[in-house]
Design a binder for this molecule. Sequence first.
Ligand code: AGP
Length: 620
Amino acid sequence: MCGIVGYIGPRTAAPILIEGLRRLEYRGYDSAGLAIQPDSGHLLIRKRQGRIDHGLAHLIAESPAPGSTGIGHTRWATHGPPTDANSHPHTDASGRIAVVHNGVIENFDRLKARLRAEGHEFVSDTDTEVLAHLIGEEMGRPIDPGATPADTLLRAVTRALREVIGTYGIAVVSADVPGVIIAARRGSPLIIGVGAGEHFVASDAAALVAHTRQVVYLNDYDVAVIRADGLSVTNLGTDTAQVQISRLEFDAAAAERGTYAHFMLKEIFEQPDTVRNALRGRMDFNEATPRLGGLNMTLSELRSVDRIVIAACGTSWHAGLVGEYLFEEFAHLPTEVEYASEFRYRNAPLDKHTLLLVITQSGETADTLAGLREARRRGHRVLALCNVVGSTIAREADGGIYLHAGPEIGVASTKAFTSQVTVLTLLALLMGRIRQLSSARGLQVLRALEAVPGQLEEILAQEGHIAALARKYQHARDFFFVGRQYQYPVALEGALKLKEISYLHAEGYPAAELKHGPIAMIDAQTPTVVLAPADGLMEKTASNLQEIKARSGPIILVTTRGQDALAAQADEVIWVPPTLDPLYPLLTVLPLQLLAYHIALLRGCDVDKPRNLAKSVTVE
Ligand code: AGP
């Protein structure tokens, strides 16, 4: 889950690379580095452990690296601890080839042993350094007659990659091939930015959008030769590859923090608009049904689906759990939700009418991508709910629905969750309306969805109250989050949010499950967030609230405005407006996001870049 950037053009590369890396730091921030190809015929390598502004930026200020071609990297450590030596770029034995890499080379041990036996010496623990030495070794072989230096570098890179087992997104520069960057990908995303007389390469569009919105998405096995004035792409498998230019759907401001203290806070407050974006053009009130383009399935094919399997990870898996209830309620479709990491290795019995639905914000999560490929390998149709246009999963699925939530930079996923649940609601409603669901019910759900953005704004207005709760409970060491049915996935999501940005222990449970063991942990120091909106199970959850209260457990209740009797039994209350039972997750998750954000802030945690995490998990 590292970040790669590259620049080639008339401008000085280092400041462009540094700024691009800052925009990718959410992908990994253990160390950062640059390799600049100046006019003087040797590479300038600058790299240091730690965050860019604590390390690399100072290094560049102390020791400038002039040059108009360069590559950069921000690292999430996989092989070897975050040290200067393990930072990328890595060079070959000669120091004239530099490589930055996102991914895992699974056979690097064997390759390293072979190279060592041939006299190569290594200065790092990384798999990437082995790749650099492989390329350097290939560069030393006899040059093909008539080959240009760029041809020779391209040949060296492709031959080295043919020895690699694993995943990579790489950029390579050579001191002997001025004005050229070689980029290649298999399993880790790479995008080329097309500018006027300059080109860029990056792991994701956030690093490019300030310079250009014209991009080329590389496919697996593509190898690109990038120059200031153009690019060519070949594919290691097919020997040809078309260069298709796409336009990014968001602008630079969408990838910037603006006036917010953190990206996470910005993205929490964006949710009224991002839910509007997810709904826009997809609700047909006349027909009382959603209109979803991009599924690439006829209504008849959708009607023939008799089972849905959802595969996802983390927050997206929680959204999938909401989807399970939605598909069962609206369409009476048997649905099961799998962790993608489990699904990919299971031999799950899927028949030809089973639809696999993968849910992912980034569109690059390795386990989710592997689940998609496994199902497609067996001939099953796969739909993807995805946020990043042109991402690998979006391109490999048979069809799908984009979230249109804009870039989600904060490592803790927030707006993606509510957009995923919104889109799942639309898809489940469509599946119901082409089956047995009445137009009256369809219209009721569409009207309720239409009201959600305004209701989210109402809840956001309680931020001050929620921040006060954070101050009151910031010293607790353990939290429980409980809810029933649609609120159970929200309980899991609330617990994950708190864990991943405040590092506090938190668990989500079905409310009724607490008494089957976990309630033994409840005491006056252990707050429980009880999700009990005025849905069909509120009274049942109220009894669970009593069980917690009887053991002196502090209770933070999330319920519907007007439920005063229930509120009187809790220590704290956060109100949400009334809506339909299936739509409450869109509302009740918001207070939990804010609670986690403010507790983490009070605990001095880095909200946008929590320790040990990265935004897009592109390794297993
Ligand atoms: C959620 O806050 C985490 N950042 C993480 O669990 C994330 O949801 C998970 O890695 C899945 O990512 P994806 O949606 O991009 O596939």
